[in-house]
Unconditional design. Structure first.
Length: 83
């Protein structure tokens, strides 16, 4: 199963680690450090030109997605219910 993150980016469900609202970057020191380290390792990708609404963490990369975390979570929940 695949999850559409926005734009033309699709990931395998098995690669998904976590989905966060973009506000976590401002409110959590640990989250800010995590994303900072991912930037240093060149493992961050922004999807599309729109303002990011969520952060999607996979096994190998961190994505800034223009789709809200609530919508992405609904997509993953629908997969789990149909599995």
């Amino acid at each position: 199963m695949y999850i559409h993150l926005g734009g033309e980016k699709i990931i395998r469900f098995s690669e998904l680690v976590a989905i966060f609202d973009i506000s976590i970057e401002k409110s959590s020191k640990i989250s800010k450090q995590f994303v900072s380290f991912a930037h240093e390792d060149k493992k961050v990708e922004s999807i599309g030109e729109e303002e990011p609404k969520s952060i999607v963490v996979t096994k190998n990369k961190v994505y800034y997605s223009p789709i809200s975390s609530a919508t992405l979570k609904k997509r993953t929940n629908s997969f789990l219910m149909n599995a």
